[in-house]
Design a protein around this ligand. Structure first.
Ligand SMILES: Nc1nc2c(ncn2[C@@H]2O[C@H](COP(=O)(O)OP(=O)(O)OP(=O)(O)O)[C@@H](O)[C@H]2O)c(=O)[nH]1
Ligand SMILES: [Mg+2]
Length: 451
């Protein structure tokens, strides 16, 4: 049995930037020329790209950590390090990628071709050639590479179909799809034949067609996990019209009216949006009905509920063409309605990417100071932590530069305000230091120094 993976959580770890180099020019007679350390290369980024050859997310193992290459370190003679290779992951059209922590949609891949960034590689650290200033002619430090973005994401596959087939198991959904499209789904006389969704293109006429999705049958309690249909309801969320197939042949031994009620109940339990989609009733397997008046009775019943009803047979082809035409028209109506109301605004098949909140992430002045259980003062803030990550803590000059930056950003002021006392431990990212209550003003030289 093919396993259909339609939701999976994985980690993306983009490559860290390479470190900048600390080197000095070598010239004849000049033992130590000017600084010429090149920059680190950019870390590899992660992209996702739609593919027409994939229909599941099977290739993504749950919990797997995908890592892109680190950028190469900078070299002497102002040579930059190599950029880390980017990674492009192929996903089926209809894949939605969310950040697990924030719940934000990172990418909604509904087109082909389409490529989106899911985790950006880190910038390379700058080499020491960039840190020359009036007071520092020979900077013997460089920046470390920026860490690559790390993200825990959930990838979810939502098929893109215009029309969805809805019904109990074994009512003839797959048979109908096979009748109206070139799709060849498995058909058999038992429940849960269909285990994965099938898509088919239904040709209406020379200029019109639509995509129909056949999903596993639903049963009572599906919205709470009974049967397997629940996993596939979300695929119907992006459809615009549903064909609700009701078996009235009596072959299943169930009550068709009860079936209809149960299914709608499950839909409503699952999502109000799904329950609000227009439904067209197809009464199935009418070719094997022997009892006179059965078809008319059910037709009248559903029409009484305000539904449009087509008694069909996928075996003889009876009434299939009128059904398809009607569905096509309904589809056109919903498209017109949707574009008329500004409410949706997004025509189907168009990508909308939620912009990521960049502002606070990019401002090093946005940080928090909190005391943890052990009494350590923890300073946190994305941009500030990035500065720490890019500082070579083994290099005295780099650490002094960091201290001045922290001072300018108001870190020490905020620590004092948070009640920091002499000897308290302060932690920023993975760096710990002792707080020193030092009110001495910065030297003129330090104040003058540039970034
Ligand atoms: N006589 C007759 N049999 C039909 C008709 N449509 C489907 N069948 C039969 O009904 C049985 C079930 O059909 P499927 O198309 O597999 O039903 P399904 O709704 O896809 O079932 P699941 O995938 O299990 O949910 C098969 O034996 C079909 O041959 C029809 O119009 N007339
Ligand atoms: Mg089926």
């Amino acid at each position: 049995m093919a396993i259909f993976i339609d939701e999976v959580e994985v980690f993306f770890k983009a490559g860290d930037g390479g470190n900048g180099a600390t080197t000095f020019r070598r010239e004849k007679h000049v033992p130590r020329g000017g600084p010429d350390g090149g920059d680190g290369g950019r870390g590899g980024s992660f992209y996702v790209e739609t593919s027409l050859h994939l229909s599941t997310l099977l290739e993504f193992r749950p919990g797997k950590i995908y890592k892109a290459d680190r950028g190469g370190d900078g070299l002497g003679k102002k040579q930059s390090g190599k950029n880390g290779g980017d990674l492009i992951l192929k996903v089926p059209v209809g894949t939605q990628i969310k950040d697990v922590e924030t719940g934000a949609i990172i990418a909604d891949l509904v087109r082909y071709p389409q490529r989106e960034t899911v985790a950006a590689g880190g910038r390379g650290g700058r080499g020491n050639q960039h840190f020359v200033s009036s007071i520092q002619q020979a900077p013997s430090f460089a920046e470390k590479g920026e860490p690559g973005e790390e993200r825990k994401v959930s990838m979810e596959l939502k098929l893109l179909a215009d029309v969805g087939l809805l019904g109990f198991p074994n009512v003839g959904k797959s048979t109908l799809l096979s009748r109206v499209s070139a799709a060849k789904p498995k058909i058999a006389d038992y429940a849960f034949t269909t285990l994965v969704p099938n898509l088919g293109v239904v040709r209406v006429d020379d200029n019109n067609n639509f995509v129909m999705a056949d999903v596993p049958g639903l049963i009572e309690g599906a919205s709470e996990g009974a049967g397997i249909g629940i996993r596939f309801l979300k695929h119907l969320e992006r459809t615009r019209v549903l064909i609700h197939l009701v078996d009235i042949s009596g072959m299943t031994g169930r009550d068709p009216l009860e079936d209809y009620r149960i299914i709608n109940n499950e839909l409503a339990e699952w999502s109000a949006e799904l329950a609000a989609l227009p439904q067209v009733i197809a009464l199935s397997r009418t070719d094997i009905i022997t009892e006179e008046g059965t078809v008319e009775r059910y037709k009248a019943h559903f029409e009484g509920l305000g539904m449009t009803v087509f008694p069909i047979s996928s075996v003889t082809g009876d009434n299939i063409t009128p059904l398809i035409w009607h569905v096509h028209q309904k589809l056109q109506e919903t498209i017109r309605d949707k574009s008329a109301t500004a409410e949706s605004g997004i025509p189907s098949g168009v990508v909308y990417i939620t912009p990521q909140a960049q502002t606070s992430d990019d401002d090093p002045k946005k940080f928090k100071v909190e005391r943890d259980d052990a009494g350590v003062l923890v300073v946190s803030g994305k941009a500030l932590e990035r500065i720490i990550a890019m500082t070579d803590m083994d290099n005295e000059m780099a650490v002094r530069r960091l201290q001045r930056r922290l001072e300018r950003l108001g870190v020490f002021r905020k620590l004092a305000a948070a009640g920091a006392a002499e000897g308290d431990t302060v932690r920023i990212r993975d760096v710990e230091f002792d707080y020193i209550d030092d009110e001495a003003p910065e030297t003129a030289e330090e104040a003058e120094e540039m970034e």
